[in-house]
Design a protein around this ligand. Structure first.
Ligand SMILES: [Zn+2]
Ligand SMILES: [Zn+2]
Length: 180
């Protein structure tokens, strides 16, 4: 494990949220889509199920992509601090459901987009403090811009889970065969 478990899950969740806005399609356009995302990534806490909630979560995506791809700790720190200040984040140790002690920095009644933003920001705090911003990547697949979090020991992960790595292997294999 590179980071605490809640940090690793929060990074995966942030990447998944940003990746709903793919190069080919936006997969977060309806209330049902948001429900599915919230269920899949096990967000607890209050929901309003209104247009503002959907708009708020959608608008968070470019913000998180910018922080993810900034690469410069000064830039990320400034962005993270802004998100935390805007939300009035107050870190508290909590224990709930199957989760042992971890941090929440927003109350459960805060708007969903605020909770998502703060959860991502708190995870980025850990990444910046560890000097590990290079673990936040963009998929190296040719037609893919999905975010990837590299939690491998040898920092070798280049591709997203959507099959880009396989496609790249096949393409390289074909190129070698064509060349020989
Ligand atoms: Zn929790
Ligand atoms: Zn990819």
């Amino acid at each position: 494990m590179v980071f605490a478990r809640d940090t690793e899950v929060a990074l995966a969740t942030a990447a998944a949220l940003v990746n709903t806005l793919g190069r080919d399609a936006d997969r977060l356009t309806t209330a049902a889509g948001l429900d599915e995302f919230v269920a899949r990534w096990e967000f607890t806490g209050a929901r309003t199920h209104d247009a503002a909630e959907l708009a708020g979560t959608r608008a968070l995506r470019p913000v998180l992509r910018r922080l993810w791809t900034a690469g410069d700790p000064d830039v990320v720190a400034a962005g993270v601090n802004a998100l935390l200040a805007e939300a009035g984040a107050l870190p508290q140790l909590v224990r709930h459901d199957d989760w042992d002690w971890h941090l929440h920095a927003t109350p459960p009644h805060a708007p969903l987009a605020t909770r998502m933003a703060v959860e991502a920001a708190m995870a980025l705090v850990d990444v910046v403090r560890a000097g590990d911003l290079d673990r936040l990547r963009v998929c190296a697949g040719e037609d893919c811009a999905d975010l990837v979090v590299d939690l491998s020991r040898n920092r070798s992960r280049r591709y997203c889970d959507a099959g880009c790595g396989n496609r790249a292997n096949v393409a390289a294999y074909r190129a070698r065969r064509a060349a020989s």
